[in-house]
Design a binder for this molecule. Sequence first.
Ligand SMILES: NC(=O)c1ccc[n+]([C@@H]2O[C@H](COP(=O)([O-])OP(=O)(O)OC[C@H]3O[C@@H](n4cnc5c(N)ncnc54)[C@H](O)[C@@H]3O)[C@@H](O)[C@H]2O)c1
Length: 377
Amino acid sequence: MEREQDSPSMSAGNIPPKKIGSAKAHFLERESIGEFMIKVGVIGYGYWGPNVARNFNLPGVSQVVAIADKSEKSQRRAQEAFPHVKVVAEAQEILQSPEIDVVAVVTPVWTHFELAKAALNQGKHVFVEKPFTASVAQAEELIELAARKRLQIMVDHTFLFTGAVRKIRQLVDEGTLGNLFYYDSMRVNLGLFQHDINVIWDLAPHDLSIMDHVIQKEPEAIVATGEKHLNNLVDIAFLTIYFPGNVVAHINVNWLSPVKVRTTLIGGEKKMVVWNDLEADEKIKIYDKGVSVKNGEGMYNLLVSYRSGDMWAPKVEQTEALKAEVNHFMDCIAANRAPVNDGHAGLRVVRLLEAAEKSLHERGSLVQIESPFAVGV
Ligand SMILES: NC(=O)c1ccc[n+]([C@@H]2O[C@H](COP(=O)([O-])OP(=O)(O)OC[C@H]3O[C@@H](n4cnc5c(N)ncnc54)[C@H](O)[C@@H]3O)[C@@H](O)[C@H]2O)c1
């Protein structure tokens, strides 16, 4: 079964939200580019690892010098794709290599903490897959360690670097949508069942990271419901997240849908957006539609007026999201500043996942989100 279904389209992306200069420029100032190229080691070459490894080869900026994977089959695939790169079985060879500056952790979530911690302890910057860690405590420990060692963490919230999310964030920042009312997303398809995590930990990190980036408010509480049907892992779930100012988000994730849907509605006071990520063109449509309500004279005299104006589809950049993301990371390392998707962004998502898990086990109890919930965008 195809795996792209859970991932940002390979061709739909563009530059990330913070200003991005060229990482290359920072290094061109040095005498020899080759000597100062950032050397990258990739741990995990299963489904997503090949995409990460390919994008970390940025001419003149960064270069993959080693790949580790426990599986012999993955090692063979890696060696075929990168004949000049050292391919090993043990992650330790990458973690302990003095040559390597950045470690990319592209393994299952339960391994992220130990591998990222070891990399930071060895003085390496860390690129780590979503979800950042398996618990809030682990995320906090990694953030503290990276700060102490003056190293950068980037959590692979790939969708933030797609043209669609960039455009939505721009519409919010420019005030085109007005005050936000809601964020409502649907990410459903048939499979692919995971063995170690449920559908919330597998699919919702994408939506939670996008929601966090678009709404830019601290959530107050979450309600999660769902059920398991086949392998003792929840395979369908509904999350409702409450924000201050009556902003509400709803996320529907499902491995048991007969059809694939990747649609998000964002309702604003002035305009509304429909983002269909399965559309090749016109992924985003902006609707000049809305409702205004005024109290007339008397209790039952509510004056409701509906606005139904134009719809238009703005141009969305088509560059590969992972490439833009890696470029952003290299810029941040060179300039010693935190990426937009740093450890704090990863922690915000893990905090919601953990709270969702609690609510789910209590069949939809309202779980408050602990404060402080630093929004570092
Ligand atoms: N950003 C995205 O869009 C996106 C898409 C898919 C997956 N992911 C994330 O990427 C991570 C990996 O997912 P996947 O689908 O590639 O998994 P996978 O199971 O296909 O691949 C993981 C690989 O890691 C190897 N591995 C595990 N532990 C190891 C260790 N200690 N040392 C060396 N190798 C080890 C395994 O042998 C396997 O080949 C997960 O965290 C997942 O959530 C992100």
